[in-house]
Design a protein around this ligand. Structure first.
Ligand code: GUN
Ligand code: ZN
Length: 429
């Protein structure tokens, strides 16, 4: 049974970080997406597709802008309930809010409850794929993947590993972290649309023994991704230097333990030395840009232009709950503002690219998701470009697509999410 989704369609035909936005985007004012068996079959003029597929079921979103669902390249589902917690900087924030909350995930019922809330909030914000850190508890991973499976989502995630500098009840060991991660990987990786991601929290919370075991696990499972944090705050950098004095810089620690490779996703990556930028590029590793988090925790200004100039796979990320919003629209607004503080005025096409195709590339899923084009999975969001009075009055003056879109990117939130499709099925939220 095929269906046609009607509205304005928005697809990337190229990368707006490397060519003019007008050449990188195909926008059809009265377009349609033909969907069958959970996949996008065609994107074209509505009249053309309706004539060619008279039996298809039609859903008309009018002026709604149909595009690929948002892809969040780095988040912490167990931090859902502590989002927007006041105060202090990264290390205090972890100790004061994050670790006490994460310790509650030893309870499978609590883990299930938060996993469900997290995914519903994601869907309400048009996020159809995310790569999430769970907690050290295997039950948190089971809860997360079970909730994703129940919704038919393409989701990624993994058990956090940490065996030092964390409370007693939030530490695994080099051996148990390896064993538990391996068992969870074998249980969930490749099941339906789920992918396991090897997840050492960050260098300061793992002993060299744990990092070594993690590198060994990844070497045994090279088809999995590995996610961690890199170079987020000055105090963290100083701490890494103190804990690993023998390594020349932060990235060198991960490199030493075999944790830099094409499937590595480095969250934040704000304070990189030239050598580290080049090493990330040479390894083909990815970066997750977490702008609301970097502003909220006071971390700093990520250099998005440099990452793209180097050709690094760069995704956009909420980093919930260090990040201050579940909305990828709010996250794009934050990325724009951080660009402005660096004197880089990012184009709306570049922001949208990072939030969809760029994140898909960062997660090595660009052949499956991240763009509204034939062959991709039908994970789709429909945006209302006039979702609030203030957006409506500004957008009404627009002379072109970008002027029509930009108010929603800067001022929009979950009210702008008109519809979400998961593998072609409309989500009723
Ligand atoms: N570094 C290590 N753990 C975390 C975390 O949970 N959030 C953020 N923003 N940074 C981290
Ligand atoms: Zn994070």
């Amino acid at each position: 049974m095929s269906q046609l989704i009607l509205g304005q369609t928005f697809s990337f035909t190229g990368n707006p970080w490397h060519m003019p936005a007008g050449e990188a985007v195909r926008h059809i004012r009265r377009g349609a997406v033909l969907v069958a068996d959970g996949k996008i079959i065609a994107v074209d003029e509505a009249d053309t597709l309706i004539a060619a597929h008279p039996a298809a079921k039609i859903t008309d979103h009018g002026e709604g802008l149909i595009m690929a669902g948002f892809v969040d390249s780095h988040a912490h589902f167990p931090q859902t309930a502590i989002i927007a917690s006041w105060g202090k900087r990264l290390i205090d924030w972890l100790n004061t809010y994050t670790f006490p909350e994460e310790s509650r995930f030893s309870d499978p019922d609590y883990a299930a409850q938060v996993a469900n809330t997290y995914l519903d909030l994601n869907l309400g914000n048009g996020i159809t794929t995310a790569s999430a850190f769970c907690t050290i508890h295997p039950a948190s991973v089971d809860a997360y993947f079970s909730a994703a499976q129940a919704r038919g989502l393409r989701m990624l995630g993994g058990k956090v590993m940490m065996d030092r500098n964390a409370p007693d009840n939030l530490r695994d060991t080099a051996k148990s972290g390896y064993d538990d991660s391996k068992a969870l990987l074998q249980k969930w990786h490749g099941v339906e649309r789920l992918s396991y991601v090897i997840t050492p929290r960050f260098a300061p919370t793992s002993t060299p023994e744990q990092l070594e075991a993690t590198g060994a696990l990844w070497a045994e499972h090279p088809d999995t991704l590995m996610q961690t944090h890199l170079s987020e705050q000055h105090e963290e950098l100083a701490w890494v230097k103190e804990l690993f004095p023998e390594h020349s810089d932060y990235l060198a620690v991960y490199e030493h333990f075999g944790l830099l490779g094409p499937g590595a996703i480095m969250g934040h990556s704000i304070y990189l030395a030239d050598r580290e930028w080049d090493a990330i590029r040479d390894a083909g590793a990815s970066i997750a840009h977490c702008p609301t988090s970097n502003a909220f925790i006071g971390s700093g200004l990520f250099h998005a232009v440099r990452a793209h100039a180097l050709g690094i796979r760069t995704g956009l990320a909420t980093d919930v709950g260090g990040g201050s919003s579940f909305s990828m629209l709010r996250t794009m607004a934050s990325a724009y503002e951080i660009g402005q503080l660096r004197n880089d005025a990012l184009h709306p096409a570049q922001l949208l690219y990072m939030a969809t195709a760029g994140s898909a590339q960062a997660l090595h899923l660009e052949d499956k998701i991240g763009n509204l084009e034939a062959g991709k999975e039908a994970d789709i969001v429909v945006l209302d470009l006039a979702s609030t009075p203030v957006i409506r009055q500004t957008a009404a003056r627009a002379d072109n697509l970008w002027e029509a879109l930009f108010p929603t990117l800067m001022l929009g939130d979950d009210r702008a999410i008109k519809a979400v499709y998961i593998a072609g099925k409309r989500h009723s939220g």
